[in-house]
Design a protein around this ligand. Structure first.
Ligand code: ADP
Ligand code: MG
Length: 211
């Protein structure tokens, strides 16, 4: 992935979240405080501005900009998680304009690892980790099977949507929704939906890159 694609990925994610802002707020209204769509939309708008104004030449610098911007503008649990995770992600990226697909997957692993540590959520807790953890397992397996980047991310975007839908049946054990206990069952977790949109943005970006 090169710097043009990396910036396009965040632009696309911002577009998708913007288009789903109300829906994400509504999901959060059911089991939280109704701000997830607004939080992410505000932060990603700033991310796009920061990347447009950012210096060319380094994916690591770009990802650091993304992390710092998300930390300072998103707020809430998701801001702290996405922001700090992206800072770790940036350290794992090369100080260059291009990263091999395998290096990108490694960096993503670092991101997911950082979120696991910070948020302490596991699969089944009804959080964004219900998408991120299986996505990482799938990415690793398909990369080892030497599938093409495009095939992998297109399938992954579909699966991510499915994992996010499946959070409906779960009882929240982490985050604000955990206060509701059993009353959280029957509602999809908003953070898992926005995370699935990130994988959709990744698929859209990689697909657009392939001639
Ligand atoms: P807040 O809950 O502070 O209002 P948001 O509404 O922006 O923050 O984000 C809520 C989302 O954050 C949840 O839907 C969930 O996916 C995610 N989340 C909350 N706590 C955790 C955690 N400990 N680990 C992973 N993700 C979490
Ligand atoms: Mg909220």
């Amino acid at each position: 992935m090169d710097q043009v694609a990396f910036r396009q990925l965040w632009r696309r994610f911002a577009e998708l979240v913007h288009a789903n802002k109300t829906a994400l707020n509504e999901l959060d209204a059911a089991i939280g405080d109704a701000d997830h769509g607004s939080n992410m939309d505000r932060g990603l708008g700033k991310v796009v501005e920061a990347l447009d104004a950012g210096p060319e030449g380094s994916l690591r610098a770009d990802a650091k900009l993304v992390g710092m911007t998300l930390m300072s503008t998103v707020g809430g649990a998701s801001g702290a998680l996405w922001g700090s995770g992206m800072l770790k992600f940036s350290i794992a990226l090369p100080d260059a304009t291009v990263v091999e697909w395998s290096g990108f997957i490694d960096a993503l692993d670092t991101f997911v690892e950082a979120l696991s540590k910070r948020g302490q959520a596991v699969v089944g807790d009804k959080t964004m980790m219900d998408v991120l953890l299986p996505a990482m397992t799938e990415l690793r397996a398909s990369a080892e099977a030497q599938e093409s980047g495009e095939e992998i991310v297109v399938a992954l975007a579909e699966h991510a949507k499915g994992w996010s839908d499946a959070t409906r049946e779960l009882m929240a054990r982490r985050g604000r929704a955990a206060y509701l206990g059993e009353r959280s069952i029957g509602h999809v977790d908003p953070g898992s939906v926005s995370t699935a949109l990130w994988f959709q943005a990744l698929a859209d970006t990689v697909r657009a890159q392939v001639p």
